[in-house]
Design a protein around this ligand. Structure first.
Ligand SMILES: [Zn+2]
Length: 283
């Protein structure tokens, strides 16, 4: 399942976007007092604000309850993590809500409209961020946490980790977790290997850093820019209990991803599907 774009052009695009992002962030930081750089997000509530369990039907008005207070406390320590031999491919249990995931960001061009859509529909999602993007987008990371989303680790520079040395894999993951922690005060508890390329070493090093391995069930293949209709159809056709959907909020022109989400998200909700974020210990 190595369904990502070719390595070199993709990295060029990501770096370009990161630079653009830094420029936008600078403008934002100079424009408004709300975006305080550097500091962790304030605690937003008691441990009970962790939200409903993943297996519990979720009332719409609670779907966006911020996780910041609980997660910040949890995220300061690395949770004991089993070393898997394969990543989570689907949420377990009958009737489990679906999980939406967005990889490679944050990108100031596409992540904000995705967050807007999720907020409008009271849906939480999981963002597997790249460190080289995240280090410029502390404001977007804080917004994700404030709005109840989960941030996962997608490596620093999106290499093929199965071909990297132990030192490089560790550095790719550790630097990214540190960047996330600097922005939001908690490290990621989930990771997703770039290109879906895992091996025993990647599982082990991720687990040593307190991260469980999370893959996907349905690949929207949005990065190929197949047309909005095709993305919508792939997600709608693949929808079902416990299904994990893969999409991308960076790494290229993701306007089709945003437009497709605008259509398939309300459609899935109208069809009775519900969404959640992964919770450690429940998969
Ligand atoms: Zn990726």
């Amino acid at each position: 399942m190595t369904n990502d774009a070719p390595l070199v052009p993709r990295r060029v695009l990501l770096r370009t976007a990161a630079v653009l992002g830094a420029a936008v962030t600078t403008r934002l930081l100079t424009a408004g007092p709300a975006a305080a750089p550097g500091g962790p997000a304030p605690s937003a509530g008691p441990p009970s604000a962790a939200g409903p369990s993943a297996a519990t039907p979720v009332r719409p008005d609670h779907r966006l309850r911020p996780l910041a207070g609980h997660a910040a406390a949890e995220g300061r320590r690395r949770l004991p993590t089993p070393v898997r031999t394969r990543p989570v491919l689907r949420m377990p249990g009958a009737g489990h809500p679906m999980v939406l995931t967005f990889d490679d960001g944050p990108d100031p061009r596409y992540t904000p409209p995705i967050l807007d859509l999720l907020r409008r529909h009271h849906v939480r999602a999981t963002f597997f961020v790249c460190g080289e993007m995240a280090e410029h987008q502390g404001g977007l990371l804080r917004r994700m946490v404030d709005e109840g989303h989960v941030i996962g680790n997608h490596s620093w520079s999106h290499p093929l980790l199965t071909r990297a040395s132990t030192a490089v894999v560790r550095a790719e993951l550790e630097r990214t977790s540190e960047a996330v922690e600097r922005a939001v005060g908690q490290h990621p508890q989930w990771m997703r290997a770039p290109y879906g390329a895992w091996n025993r070493r990647v599982f082990r090093l991720g687990a040593e850093l307190g991260m469980d391995a999370f893959a996907w069930t349905v690949d929207s293949l949005d990065w190929t820019e197949p047309g909005t209709r095709t993305i919508i159809d792939r997600v709608l056709n693949g929808a079902g209990p416990g299904v994990i959907v893969l999409a991308h909020d960076a790494g290229g022109d993701r306007s089709q991803t945003v437009t497709a989400l605008r259509t398939y998200l309300p459609r899935l909700l109208a069809d009775g599907h519900r969404f959640t974020v992964p919770v450690r210990g429940e998969v």
